[in-house]
Design a protein around this ligand. Sequence first.
Ligand code: SF4
Ligand code: SF4
Length: 170
Amino acid sequence: MTSSVKRSCGDCTLCCKVMAIEALAKPANTWCRHCKPGRGCATYSARPGECEDFACLWLASDLLDERWKPNRSKLVLTTSEDGIEVRCDPGSPNAWRGEPYAGDIRAWAAEGERNDMTVVVIAGQRLILITPDREFDLGIVGPDERIVREVEGTKVVGARVVKDSQISDG
Ligand code: SF4
Ligand code: SF4
């Protein structure tokens, strides 16, 4: 979507498929009507601010090597206030299970468990919470829902989805 960070998107346009764009009412996992896949944005100078501001983690950080380039890995990485989100190209929902991806994701999950951060894989509408030794398939998680983890010490031993209102109601 942008080309102004350390790297350039080059022939990658995967976020224009995978991410939802509110200003365009574009749902996740469908190509944006302005995207020329593999080539770029047909409305680049007039693209919405959320596109202009977006940089996936591969673009923003040289800690991820070329194998993680989204159009090669089929994975778009972003951060949230809770941790790392790994979104799969809907045409490759199991891309994250290959290597080096699965190994790196497990390592981030181990680091996350120590630091109270989550690592989630989003494949289609399914959200999967990853821990160092387990995965919790939480199904569809709505915008008004949240993941609640059950922990023993720092180890995550369970996870469930609850409505925001259930949390605020106590
Ligand atoms: S997914 Fe990342 S590298 Fe690919 S077009 Fe979007 S910002 Fe650029
Ligand atoms: S407007 Fe351009 S940058 Fe934004 S999602 Fe569509 S094709 Fe991508």
